[in-house]
Write a protein that binds this ligand. Structure first.
Ligand code: P1T
Length: 383
C-alpha cells in the first residue's frame, strides 16, 4: 500500500467486537481477565490500549519502521529514547534544536552525568570529529527548529555505522510524508505528534519509531515503567489527524513556498530561512532528501524586537502562538517562546536573534495569508 492508503487503513481494521468502522476510543483503564494470565492481549492501559495500538501501528507503517510507540508528548518520547543512556555516556547533537530538547539535555540529563557536544548539523564531518569512545547517540533535527537547517541523514548515518552509535532523527518538521529517515540509515525516529501528525492544534503527543529490536524493547520497557503514555482520546485524535496528513502536506508545501518567496522579496525582510528557496544553502540536499519543503518558514525582520512586536500585534489571520504544524497559521517569536530556555548568549551565537520570527504556514488560502503578512509588515515599518 502507498502512503495515503496506509495513513487511513494500517492498524485500523473494523472493530472485531462491534464492527465499528473507525477505531473506537477504548476509554478504559483496565481489562477484565478470564483467569490468571488469561486475557485478550490487554491488561492495563499504561501497558497497552487498543486505540494506542492502532496509532502505534499506523505511525510505524508511515515511517517504514517495524515498531512504533506513542507517548504523552514529544518530550516524553525524547526522554524515552534518552533512557537508553547511562551515566558516563556521551551524545552528539546538532546545534540548532527545539529549545525544550536542549533544556532536557542540559537540565535533566547533564546532571545525571550524560555529556552533550553540540556541532554544526550541516557538516557530517563535524559529527565524525566529535566522536569519543563513550559516544552512544547522535541526535539531529532536519529541518531544524527554528532555522530550517538541513542535516544529511545518510552521510551522518555512515559516520555512526559500525561504531555502536545510534542515530536519532527528530522528524517533526518534515513528517514521514516528506522524509523517511529510517530508509536513509537512521536508527530511531522521534516525533512531536502535537505538530503535523495531529495536524489540528488540539492534542499533545509524541512517538518513537524504529527497526532496532533491542532499542524498541528498551524504550517499550521504559514506556510501561515510567508511564508517559497518551490517553485513548489523544491517540484517537492523532490517528484521525494522520488520515489527512498527505493532503495537508501538499497544501503546506505550496503555501510555504509562496510565503517564503513573498518574504524573500519584501524590503522589510532581511533574511528568509526556507529549504525550498534556491538561495537556501542546502537547497540541493533538501530536494534530494525530502519530497517537499514543508510549511515552516523563519525570517529576520528589519527593526529588531520592536518591529517584531508591532508585526505580531498587527497579525489578524496568523495567531501569535507556540507550536506548529496545524491547519491554522501561527507566528512565533523563538527568542522568548520556543527557545527561551537557551541562555541568551548561546541562543544568539546559534543565530536565534531578536529579529527572528518563525511562521507555521497553515493550509488557508495563500493569498489571504500573504495579505495578512503584508499588512502586518506595513505596521512594523511605520514604527
Ligand atoms: O511539545 P512536545 O509535543 O513535547 O514536543 C517537543 C518537540 C520536539 N521536537 C521538536 C522538533 C519540536 O518542535 C517540539 C515542540 N516544539 C514546539 C512546541 C514549538 O513551538 O517549536
Amino acid at each position: 500500500m502507498k502512503f495515503s492508503t496506509r495513513a487511513i487503513h494500517v492498524g485500523q481494521d473494523a472493530d472485531p467486537t462491534t464492527g465499528a468502522t473507525i477505531v473506537p476510543i477504548y476509554q478504559t483503564s483496565t481489562f477484565t481477565q478470564q483467569g490468571i494470565g488469561e486475557h485478550k492481549g490487554y491488561e492495563y492501559s499504561r501497558t497497552g490500549n487498543p486505540t494506542r495500538t492502532a496509532l502505534e501501528t499506523c505511525l510505524a507503517s508511515l515511517e517504514e519502521g517495524q515498531y512504533g510507540l506513542a507517548f504523552a508528548s514529544g518530550l516524553a518520547a525524547t526522554a524515552a529514547v534518552l533512557s537508553l543512556l547511562r551515566p558516563g555516556d556521551h551524545v552528539i547533537a546538532s546545534e540548532d534544536l527545539y529549545g525544550g530538547t536542549y533544556r532536557l539535555f542540559e537540565r535533566v540529563y547533564t546532571p545525571q552525568q550524560v555529556a552533550f557536544t553540540y556541532v554544526d548539523g550541516a557538516r557530517p564531518e563535524a559529527f565524525a570529529r566529535a566522536i569519543r569512545g563513550d559516544t552512544k547517540l547522535v541526535w539531529i533535527e532536519t529541518p531544524t527548529n527554528p532555522l530550517l537547517q538541513l542535516a544529511d541523514i545518510q552521510a551522518i548515518a555512515d559516520v555512526c555505522k559500525g561504531l555502536g552509535i545510534l542515530l536519532i532523527v527528530d522528524n517533526t518538521f518534515a513528517t514521514p510524508y516528506l522524509q523517511r529517515p529510517l530508509k536513509l540509515g537512521a536508527d530511531i525516529v522521534v516525533h512531536s505528534t502535537t505538530k503535523y501528525l495531529g495536524g489540528h492544534s488540539d492534542v499533545v503527543g509524541g512517538a518513537v519509531i524504529t527497526n532496532d529490536t533491542e532499542a524498541f524493547q528498551q524504550v517499550k520497557f521504559y514506556q510501561n515503567a515510567a508511564g508517559g503514555i497518551p490517553g485513548p482520546f489523544d491517540c484517537w485524535l492523532t490517528l484521525r489527524g494522520l488520515k489527512t496528513l498527505a493532503v495537508r502536506m501538499h497544501q503546506h508545501n505550496d503555501n510555504g513556498q509562496r510565503i517564503a518567496t513573498f518574504l524573500h522579496r519584501h524590503p522589510l525582510v532581511d533574511k528568509v530561512y526556507y529549504p525550498g528557496l534556491p538561495e537556501h544553502p542546502q537547497h540541493e540536499l533538501a530536494a534530494r532528501q525530502m519530497s517537499g519543503f514543508g510549511g515552516m518558514v523563519s525570517f529576520q525582520v528589519k527593526g529588531g524586537k520592536d518591529a517584531v512586536n508591532a508585526f505580531v500585534k498587527a497579525l489578524r489571520l496568523f495567531s501569535f502562538a507556540e507550536s506548529l504544524g496545524g491547519v491554522e497559521s501561527l507566528a512565533c517569536y523563538p527568542p522568548a517562546m520556543t527557545h527561551g530556555s537557551i541562555p541568551k548568549e548561546e541562543r544568539e551565537r546559534r543565530g536565534i536573534t531578536e529579529s527572528l520570527i518563525r511562521l507555521s504556514v497553515g493550509i488557508e488560502d495563500a493569498e489571504d495569508l500573504i495579505e495578512d503578512l503584508e499588512q502586518a509588515l506595513a505596521s512594523a515599518k511605520h514604527l
